[in-house]
Design a protein around this ligand. Structure first.
Ligand SMILES: Cc1cc2nc3c(=O)[nH]c(=O)nc-3n(C[C@H](O)[C@H](O)[C@H](O)COP(=O)(O)O)c2cc1C
Length: 165
């Protein structure tokens, strides 16, 4: 089974979760930004695990990304906008017939989220869900992740590795 973990991450929290999920899945699984997840890296993929940050209660739009590009006051560092949004990655994803799981990183209390839009995009491309979407929680608006979240991500990765795809 070929599996990849694909992420959009502006301040690094989702990227860290993606790495932990891939580690939990096994040594052959790579975590890739939306810029890296194309062409041969995506050929014959059986399982896509896709994750993104939550901005304004939803999967970031390109317009939201433009508006935070100016590095808002309080941000510990500028957002990493070097890779495309998960939304545009999903729009460009060629049809496939594998399985998927979705995750997001965000604040504990927030309504909304990113996983439903990620799931919709993957379903439209022909993929089917193998597991319920997961939220990994950050302590503050820009992170860091709450204690224990990376371990939880590794455990979720291990569960995914054993899922029937
Ligand atoms: C401008 C802004 C808006 C945010 N909006 C939400 C939100 O609506 N819901 C939420 O749960 N988290 C929200 N967050 C927190 C981010 O989702 C959280 O820091 C996330 O882990 C960032 O992931 P990244 O570091 O991979 O980009 C927001 C953060 C910022 C900076």
């Amino acid at each position: 089974m070929k599996a990849v973990v694909v992420y959009e991450s502006l301040w690094g929290n989702t990227a860290a979760v993606a790495r932990a999920v891939a580690e939990g899945m096994g040594p052959e699984v790579r975590s890739l930004s939306t810029a890296e997840a194309s062409g041969p890296a995506m050929a014959d993929v059986d399982l896509i695990v896709a994750g993104a940050t939550v901005l304004g209660f939803q999967l970031p739009s390109d317009r939201m990304r433009d508006s935070i590009a100016s590095n808002p006051a309080g941000a510990p560092r500028p957002p990493d906008l070097s890779h495309p949004s998960m939304r545009s990655w999903l729009e460009a994803l060629p049809p496939g017939h594998g399985a998927f799981a979705a995750f997001e990183t965000g604040l504990r209390w927030s309504p909304g989220g990113s996983t439903s839009a990620i799931a919709r995009g993957l379903e439209q491309a022909g993929y089917r869900a193998v597991m319920k979407g997961q939220r990994f929680v950050v302590k503050g608006k820009w992170g860091p992740l709450r204690d224990g979240e990376l371990e939880r991500a590794r455990r979720w990765g291990a569960e995914l590795a054993h899922a029937q795809v």
